[in-house]
Write a protein of this length. Sequence first.
Length: 86
Amino acid sequence: MTPYRQLVKSASGAGALDSKAKELMAFAISIAIRCEDCIVFHLRAALSHGASREEVIEAISVAVEMGGGPSVVYGGRALEAFEDLS
């Protein structure tokens, strides 16, 4: 396993924060940095850990707060992805 894969496995696994919280964080960061593939990847992971629509919407709100105007566009796309995956 590469050092990066080890980091990803360690960072996304349960610890002081559970995996769902970490994936919602990664999802929000993905919106803020405008990485469409990352948005879908982390949204799927968050949903697989039981994230609800309400939690996804709150994560989008945090992303918009931190990412500003461009994140509004990507937040909308993320919500569309949620609807498609639900």
